[in-house]
Ligand binder design. Structure first.
Ligand SMILES: NC(=O)N[C@@H](CC(=O)O)C(=O)O
Ligand SMILES: [Zn+2]
Ligand SMILES: [Zn+2]
Length: 353
């Protein structure tokens, strides 16, 4: 297959950051995706509807500048803290926010204000269950005794299983799953549990972080795992199961902050996300399953209409730029300077055909 036309995809897990960063991140996201679930882990975090709507306006302002006329739609989320009240949840739902995000305190970038114990958010979760908001989960325990590579599997046992028992009607998305354990757990669960999978976890195993020396641009959280896990994720993503869908977790950090003694976690894939996913699906011989994963399953899970526009991908080699301008520095994308197998044509080109 040398061209592939699919319904315009959505990104169900995306970091856009704020301020001048939006000029880079919003341009990339809007070029590919119809909608994106925008992560709330800003500094300070987005903890109520008013902050979320103000952030949405800043995103839309940037969109007007970098892609005038674009219909890209940012879907806003709340950052849960120990102090999130049921009233905050009800107000967020009333103002159209589809989801809230659980960051266990200390689990990842900008999670210091996150939740220190699940019981602290039980009243908020109860309200979310009642009003029908989706709970998004960074599923890793923060217990320093637990090996970094086991933190997702342990989270499922210690936190997610009891949580699902206590809130059986709550819709939950396990974000950026990285293990066979998570893929199996989600596959065996009911309709209310889904998972997003990133392109980088489909394409790389943990060797990528250490190939010839430490490679900070392959460091993200949850960290890349062994090849058996990558294979299991690929199988889940290409299985056709509607509870697995696209979430890039594209997480920009200025290059100097990643190439540091203590480098930030996060891979930047938004500039060519669908091309990376196409490569992974092709590798699995399942390009015919890409559209469901990228454009249908997420919208269906969230109860939103599917996109009507289409995009076209061409099998054509090109080179990923070394860097993109980013605030006052640069941003190095995953695959920087390396070959890409698929190329996505701008919407205008595909519409003409
Ligand atoms: N994935 C990451 O490694 N980093 C994300 C946070 C997150 O999604 O956990 C970020 O905001 O930089
Ligand atoms: Zn996360
Ligand atoms: Zn993320």
């Amino acid at each position: 297959m040398t061209t592939l036309t699919i319904t315009r995809p959505d990104d169900w897990h995306l970091h856009l950051r704020d301020g001048a960063a939006l000029h880079t991140t919003v341009a990339h996201a809007a070029a590919q995706f119809g909608r994106a679930i925008v992560m709330p882990n800003l500094r300070p975090p987005v903890t109520d509807a008013a902050q979320a709507l103000a952030y949405r306006e800043r995103i839309l302002d940037a969109l007007q500048q970098v892609a005038p006329g674009s219909t890209f739609e940012p879907l806003m989320t709340l950052y849960l803290t120990d102090r999130t009240t049921p009233e905050t949840i009800r107000s967020a739902k009333a103002q159209g926010l589809p989801a809230c995000k659980l960051y266990p305190a200390g689990a990842t970038t900008n999670s210091d204000a996150g939740v220190t114990a699940l019981r602290n958010i039980y009243p908020a979760l109860q309200a979310m269950q009642e009003v029908g908001m989706v709970l998004l989960v960074h599923g890793e325990v923060t217990d320093p005794e637990v090996d970094l590579f086991d933190r997702e599997a342990v989270f499922i046992e210690r936190q997610l299983m009891p949580l699902r028992q206590d809130f059986p009607e709550l819709k939950i998305v396990m974000e950026h799953i990285t293990t066979r354990d998570a893929a199996q757990y989600v596959a065996e669960a009911d309709q209310r549990l889904a998972a997003t999978i990133t392109a980088h976890h489909l394409l790389y195993n943990r060797n990528a972080i250490f190939l010839g020396g430490v490679r900070p641009h392959y460091y993200c959280l949850p960290v890349l795992k062994r090849e058996v896990h990558r294979q299991a994720l690929l199988q889940a993503a290409t299985s056709g199961n509607p509870r697995f869908f696209l979430g890039t977790d594209s997480a920009p950090h200025a290059a100097p902050l990643k190439e540091a003694a203590v480098g930030c976690a996060g891979c930047y894939t938004a500039a060519a996300a669908i091309e990376l996913y196409a490569e992974a699906f092709e590798q699995a011989g399942a390009l015919d399953r890409l559209e469901g994963f990228a454009a249908f399953h997420g919208a269906d899970f969230y109860g939103l209409p599917r996109n009507s526009e289409r995009i076209t991908l061409h099998k054509r080699s090109w080179q990923m730029p070394e860097a993109y301008p980013y605030v006052e520095t640069v941003l190095k994308p995953l695959r920087a300077g390396e070959a890409m197998a698929w190329h996505s044509a701008p919407a205008a080109t595909s519409a003409a055909g």
